[in-house]
Design a protein around this ligand. Structure first.
Ligand code: RRO
Length: 675
């Protein structure tokens, strides 16, 4: 410390300032050194309240000190005066090394020993140049006699905290001291070269004090944050700063040919670096440039030092890569992986409870392939009729934008490729292959124009084992509001009951093939009662094979009006169509809740209506849904919506501490106030 008081000055620049110091020197130090140290401490650290110092000599002198405070102070002053501190001389080597390496125009290194002291070698024996001044690089004199040295000598002395080498840096520093920070930008210099004489070329000292030196310089120059380009061992100093004081670093840094050389251990905690990267939005570009050289000292990323650093960082990145996609929270990824959003839908195992609804983007082979490849938990086809249908005339679909959400009105009129297309075994095989590695249940939606037509389709399926092997469920749509001349079966109770009773007894429905019904939205409690009663009777009384109901299809008789043209927006059926998306979200939630509370447990409820986010899916499940179908949002966003909604659901569950859907399914709490 006495030999390098500048280090203490750097420490003195810390904020908040030190108030207590323990001077860990040898207890047998000479009294003069101890006093010098105390004086140095009190002159550099004005905020010190307490200094503990090990010194046998001082302890024995203090035995003689008076007890009275006034007398003690006087005694101490005389004592200090009496024991004069002896200035510690810098060793010559250190004096020499405080000067940076400089070369003649021809590129020979100039001897610093000859220039600033004496060189033990004769000029002819010394491998360095003895003929030029180290300061002005002119021949004929040495730096000790150089005019430039004379002129700058005082300045160098005055900059005891650190010295800056090179003329650019000196000019820069002078400008800074004169308050001209703009100089940096005007001259396009933004480089401070720190050449601390006391650290010299010692790797170990640089590692030990380098970060403090750099922090001291930054504070002195009033620089809040820096981007770093570091090389070799400098990268270790950078990592130290990163681990200890990441707030000093801006977002992007370059590490070139990093090396920890022969250091036995890392002078920083790899864990702290990882935390700093994560919490401070910092990225590091690591560049390796192996030197193509036979010299064993030549840089190679495979040599021990670089390899050790790189290994530590590769491990870190593995965690960071996961966390980046999840908003930079390491550990979140692992926690998210533990969250299970799979479900058992009436015996069908779904790895994800979010799936597509029959309707949008389910008509063509390509559209179904896209869903197979997506994160949708199952694959549901467009409602099929026996024969192919082209549907109603265009325009038959419109969207209503409500902020960042979308509602829709459609009057498609059941366009579909026909029963055969969706039950072609080779097509189903291709779908299965697209859904690998885990595969997903295939739900065949049918919407025959009569009960007879529906039964005909069931019969054909039952007769085709090569189709059945791919089939997980048949979802009977009794709720299409758009087929001209065909009122909704789901609103025509006697007919609806007959359809359900007849179809649920069909031999197709065994444990390998589940029967579902897609219901229209109901708007009044007695209707829910009636529907639930009818479905429960089948499920309980007759041992029918009823697996689930979807709540709910679009709300019919919606009308989109064009104010400008004063016409209907849609052309078919007088402009009326089925309302879906955001505008039926709450109606769908109500239907899910109403039916869940009335239906036998063996009949599952699938929520459908206005699901555009993970929160929407969560709400459906909270109301009792086993799984959730997406229709309008699938049409708007495409099949990538399933992955997004699923991950939003996971995030929401993680935030709430849920790990599986059972943790909150159907657990909506009803708030009631007493009068
Ligand atoms: O095709 C349609 O017009 C249609 C059907 Br099948 C349906 O079930 N629900 C709907 O809103 N549109």
């Amino acid at each position: 410390m006495l030999a390098h008081p500048e280090l203490l000055r750097i420490l003195a620049g810390c904020s908040p300032p030190f108030t207590v110091v323990f001077a860990d020197i040898g207890g047998n130090r000479e009294l003069t050194h101890v006093l010098e140290l105390l004086q140095l401490l009190s002159s550099t650290m004005p905020h010190l309240r307490y200094v503990a110092v090990k010194s046998e000599a001082l302890a024995s002198e203090l035995q003689k000190a008076p007890v009275n405070l006034q007398e003690y102070i006087k005694w101490w002053e005389e004592f200090c005066h009496h024991v004069r501190p002896v200035k510690v001389r810098r060793r010559r080597m250190q004096q020499i090394l405080q000067h940076p390496v400089r070369r003649t125009k021809e590129g020979t290194e100039i001897c610093r020993f000859a220039n600033y002291g004496t060189c033990s070698k004769a000029p002819s024996e010394c491998r360095y140049d003895h003929g030029h001044c180290h300061r002005c690089l002119q021949p004929g004199h040495w730096a000790m006699d150089c005019e430039v040295t004379e002129a700058t000598h005082e300045k160098t002395e005055a900059m005891a905290t650190y010295s800056l080498c090179s003329e650019v840096a000196e000019g820069l520093f002078a400008a800074l001291r004169a308050g001209g920070r703009e100089y940096l930008f005007l001259k396009e210099y933004n480089i401070v070269i720190i050449d601390s004489p006391s650290l010299g070329l010692s790797r170990h000292r640089w590692i030990q004090y380098g970060p403090a030196v750099i922090r001291g310089v930054l504070r002195h120059l009033d620089i809040d944050q820096v981007s770093v380009f570091s090389m070799g061992l400098g990268s270790v100093i950078f990592h130290q700063i990163l681990a200890e004081t990441p707030h000093l670093l801006s977002h992007t840094h370059i590490v070139y040919n990093q090396d920890i050389a022969d250091l036995k251990s890392f002078p920083f905690e790899a864990y702290d670096v990882e935390v700093a990267l994560r919490d401070h939005d910092i990225q590091i570009w690591t560049i390796y440039n192996d030197e193509d050289d036979e010299d064993p000292q030549a840089y190679s990323r495979h040599s021990k030092g670089p390899a050790r650093l790189s290994e530590a960082f590769t491990k870190m990145q593995a965690d960071l890569r996961c966390s980046l996609s999840l908003r930079n929270h390491c550990g979140t990824q692992r926690a998210m992986e533990k969250i299970d959003i799979g479900c058992n839908l009436a015996g069908l195992q779904l790895s994800c409870c979010i799936l597509n609804a029959s309707g949008p983007r389910t008509n063509t082979e390509q559209q179904l392939m896209d869903i197979a490849r997506s994160s949708s938990g199952a694959l549901c086809s467009k409602s099929a009729t026996l024969e192919e249908r082209s549907g109603n005339p265009q325009p038959r679909y419109t969207e209503i934008q409500l902020g960042d959400r979308t509602a829709s009105i459609n009057s498609e009129g059941l366009p579909n490729k026909g029963f055969a297309a969706y039950s072609d075994s080779s097509f189903l095989q291709r779908l299965k292959e697209c859904s690998e590695p885990h595969g997903k249940p295939y739900i065949f939606s049918i919407s025959g124009l009569s009960l007879k037509e529906n039964l005909e389709m069931l019969d054909r399926l039952a007769e085709s084992p090569d189709v059945l092997q791919h089939l997980s469920a048949v979802e009977v749509n009794v709720a299409c509001p758009n087929v001209p001349g065909k009122p909704l079966v789901g609103y025509d109770f006697p007919q609806f009951a007959e359809v359900v009773q007849t179809m649920s007894r069909h031999p197709l429905f065994t444990k390998d093939c589940v029967l579902g019904f897609k219901l229209p939205p109901y708007l009044d409690a007695p209707l829910f009662d009636a529907v639930a009663k009818m479905l429960n009777e089948i499920a309980l009384g007759r041992g029918g094979a009823l697996g689930y109901v979807v709540c709910c299809n679009t709300l019919g008789s919606a009308l989109a009006v064009d104010i400008e043209t004063e016409t209907t927006v849609l052309h078919p059926k007088g402009g009326f169509g089925g309302l879906g998306g955001q505008l039926v979200r709450h109606l769908a939630l109500g239907n899910v809740r109403h039916l869940r509370s009335r239906l036998d447990d063996s009949i599952h409820v699938v929520g459908c209506g206005g699901v555009a986010t993970g929160e929407d899916a969560f709400a459906h499940i909270l109301c009792g849904a086993t799984a959730v179908q997406v229709a309008t949002q699938h049409r708007v966003e495409g099949p990538q919506c399933f992955e997004r909604i699923a991950s939003e659901l996971r995030e929401l569950m993680q935030r709430k501490g849920y790990t599986q859907l059972e943790d909150f399914r159907g657990k909506l709490r009803v708030r009631e106030s007493k009068l």
